[in-house]
Design a protein around this ligand. Structure first.
Ligand code: GLU
Length: 493
């Protein structure tokens, strides 16, 4: 690897399910590494012991694996690097860049009020006081004047006047170093060249830059935590703050309201290739405007400079549609194989012994045309493998109980199907059903609705006559008779 190859990192805090926004951040980092022979580092920012949970860490690692974005280095864990952060705190303290502060929030608020200051900032009260370090928060002494400029590839230079910047708390009174410091110490030690992350972190970036520069001035060296020897400090990384993801109301995606967990997409049977393709479009699009592309094309075409800074709409319907396109484009054998976990084992809704791969294979081309995600496969064929169909009550109410001709149609279908003379196959069933419809003055589409619900339990599914052919005469006729009985019983039961 060339010496100037990028070193990027994905640095999630494990405080919940793996968010689609985090997955997009991981992807854009990964792309930058892959296209330039670089290194993709995974760093788990797990210093918040109260909110972090080990299962969230596992969730991140397994979802990244599902998306074929395994890290080249790491996972490093901040919880294992506390001693290193304390070294940085000591250096900054000894260099006079930190000072201890014993002000309470109430005292700060009261002083601000007295001076007519609306913003809840810190007034620097303890800057020149002598407060013991032990047991007190340590604040970073920010410059009084000047401008901190964050050079952002996506946004251009973003200026933060130092006069508007607080002496921020870098170490809590409990002695625990805060996010900004740990984050910067890690980026230095891991010789990160590009910090690519969500725009929600942009306001903290100037603090990080100041801390970085302070350490540089103090002659700080890296700890060689990524395997190499300890080296002089690297220069500031390139920054890229990725646009926020919003829902259809243009509101920031919320963990509570919006379906943001990557795990849930995996578990509902989205294809990782389709999911990555869609993630790639969140804030970026190829120069040629293509919408469907594979990972290799993304690696070739992606440029951090081309990322858009306006919010990106996370459109689940579009993602689902795209997934359907990927499914339809699959070679038939791959489709069958990908259906496997949904057909046998714990996800299959029928008794294992009932499943017949040959029957499924016969229906599969029709299923492949109709599903957008794999979790839709079992409901589409379950009538074939369950002893009794799952009757969707809404479908029953609408297409059977709510249709005054349903009884006549079902009775006529029983009559017509049981007196078929030739083979039990789709064309004969089609012709017989057409005749049933004509008998009641209905076109085929409307005539078959009560039959479909009686036999499959649902209003949507594979084409009816292919379905009946696979189900066979005995089960078809049994189900038509039970439906007629249920209807006659009149209670709707
Ligand atoms: N741990 C931070 C977060 O999850 C991200 C830090 C970073 O990328 O710099 O929000």
């Amino acid at each position: 690897m060339a010496g100037d190859a990028p070193r990027v990192r994905f640095a999630p805090s494990p405080t919940g399910y793996f968010h689609v926004g985090s997955a997009r951040t991981a992807l854009f980092n990964w792309l930058v590494a892959r296209q330039a022979g670089g290194t993709f580092v995974l760093r788990i920012e797990d210093t918040d012991a109260e909110r972090g949970r080990e299962e969230w860490v596992d969730g991140i690692i397994s979802a990244m694996h599902w998306l074929s974005m395994d890290p080249d280095e790491g996972p490093f864990r901040q919880s294992e690097r506390t001693a290193r952060y304390h070294q940085a705190v000591d250096a900054l303290w000894e260099g006079g860049r930190l000072y201890a502060c014993d002000c309470t929030r109430d005292q700060i608020d009261a002083r601000n009020k007295e001076h007519g200051i609306q913003t809840p900032g810190y007034d620097g009260f303890c800057r020149d006081r002598v407060v013991t370090r032990e047991g007190h928060a340590l604040r970073f002494r920010t410059p009084d004047e000047g401008i901190t400029v964050v050079h952002d590839v996506i946004r251009g230079p973003v200026e933060f006047p130092c006069s508007a910047m607080d002496d921020f708390v870098a170490v809590k009174s409990t002695g625990v170093p805060l996010f900004v410091l740990a984050n910067v110490v890690d980026d230095i030690d891991m010789t990160i060249t590009h910090v690519i992350r969500g725009e929600d972190l942009l306001p903290t970036t100037p603090k990080g830059v100041l801390a970085w520069e302070a350490l540089a001035t103090l002659g700080w060296v890296t700890d060689g935590s990524t395997g190499g020897p300890s080296r002089p400090m690297p220069g500031l990384p390139v920054f890229a703050h990725l646009p926020m993801l919003v829902n259809e109301q243009r509101k920031k995606l919320s963990k509570r309201r919006d379906p943001v967990a990557v795990e849930s997409y995996r578990d509902r049977g989205y294809l990782p290739e389709a999911f990555l393709n869609y993630l790639g479009l969140l804030g970026w699009s190829p120069p040629g405007g293509e919408e469907l592309f594979d990972t290799a094309q993304m690696v070739e075409w992606f440029r951090l400079e081309d990322v858009n800074h306006s919010p990106a709409f996370f459109d689940v319907a579009k993602l689902t549609h795209m997934n359907g396109e990927y499914i339809r484009a699959m070679p038939f054998e791959s489709f069958i194989e990908a259906c496997g976990p949904w057909l046998t084992g714990p996800l299959a809704p029928w008794p294992e012994a009932n499943f017949d791969p040959a029957v499924f294979a016969a229906m599969a081309p029709l299923v492949q045309e109709r599903v957008a995600v794999f979790s839709e496969v079992p409901p589409m064929v379950d009538f074939l493998f369950l002893d009794q169909p799952v009757v969707e009550e809404e479908a029953w109410a609408k297409a059977v109980a709510g249709d005054e001709l349903a009884g006549t149609i079902l009775a006529a279908a029983i009559e017509a199907y049981s007196s078929l003379t030739g083979a039990w196959e789709r064309d004969a069933l089609h012709a017989a059903t057409l005749a049933v419809g004509e008998g009641v003055g209905r076109k085929l589409g409307k005539a078959q609705a009560p039959i479909r619900v009686a036999v499959t339990g649902r209003r949507v599914g594979p084409p009816l006559f292919e379905a009946l052919e696979e189900l066979g005469p005995d089960k078809t006729l049994d189900r038509l008779r039970s439906a007629l009985e249920r209807l006659a019983a009149g209670s709707g039961r």
